[in-house]
Design a protein around this ligand. Sequence first.
Ligand SMILES: NC(=O)c1ccc[n+]([C@@H]2O[C@H](COP(=O)([O-])OP(=O)(O)OC[C@H]3O[C@@H](n4cnc5c(N)ncnc54)[C@H](OP(=O)(O)O)[C@@H]3O)[C@@H](O)[C@H]2O)c1
Length: 240
Amino acid sequence: MRSLCIYSYRPPSEYEISTIPTPKITLPNRVLVKVAAGSINPADMEQARGDFKMAVTLPIPHKLGLDISGTVIAVGKSVKELKIGDEVFGFLPFPMDTCGMSEYAVATELMLVLKPKGISHVEAASLGYVALTALQCFEKMELEGGVEDKTVLITSVGGMGSIACQMAKNIFGAAKVITTVSTEKVGKVDKLSGNGVVDRIIDYKKTDLVKEIPMLPHGSVGFMIDSTHQDLKCGLMRGN
Ligand SMILES: NC(=O)c1ccc[n+]([C@@H]2O[C@H](COP(=O)([O-])OP(=O)(O)OC[C@H]3O[C@@H](n4cnc5c(N)ncnc54)[C@H](OP(=O)(O)O)[C@@H]3O)[C@@H](O)[C@H]2O)c1
């Protein structure tokens, strides 16, 4: 099969499309998917440039692509919920067994769900890891009282931030969602996160967030998710 690979740590301009053996199911809980769409996650590029090499030795060639959407073409013996022909989306075992940018991929059953009919494979392939990450944030917040009826500050409408904004308002019942974006994205927030999901937009190019966010009225923001790559040092925002 064709697969987007690296043979040593590389930047995106040096990723290669190689012909490699089609993967097979070797464990009972695995599912073989014919990939219709995959997506490139920032973690793919971090891994490919060697950011995790102190912790993980990648098999060579390393196949890129954490997230997939496609059709099940074979299932392992212990797979219960999925069957051949199901349209599914989800993510692949990170960091070792990714290969979303390939014609075929092997995932565990638990990492896949049925694709809703209303979304395309391309849309579904963008969701796996970012949705999981956002969900983990909300699960942690649930342990501390949850976001229901509170204001949540989510500091981007990037990959993770855009889905976190939607989860905050549409699933976990946040009363108000505040986000921060660059000037160029101010007019695109509804398109990126859904109409009416975000209640207040702060332009971080015109405002110093590290100073601005702590100026929000004390106790007015229940939780904050830093969904940038910047590790914003905005102080403790819990208050409700
Ligand atoms: N993607 C995943 O599956 C995943 C998994 C685990 C953890 N994470 C973590 O989640 C965070 C976000 O990842 P992502 O994949 O969503 O990244 P992303 O799609 O690249 O989005 C990052 C966002 O940060 C915004 N940003 C950049 N500089 C900023 C600044 N100085 N102030 C405010 N906003 C700024 C950008 O907004 P503009 O475009 O408007 O500049 C961009 O939308 C990272 O810390 C990442 O490590 C992500």
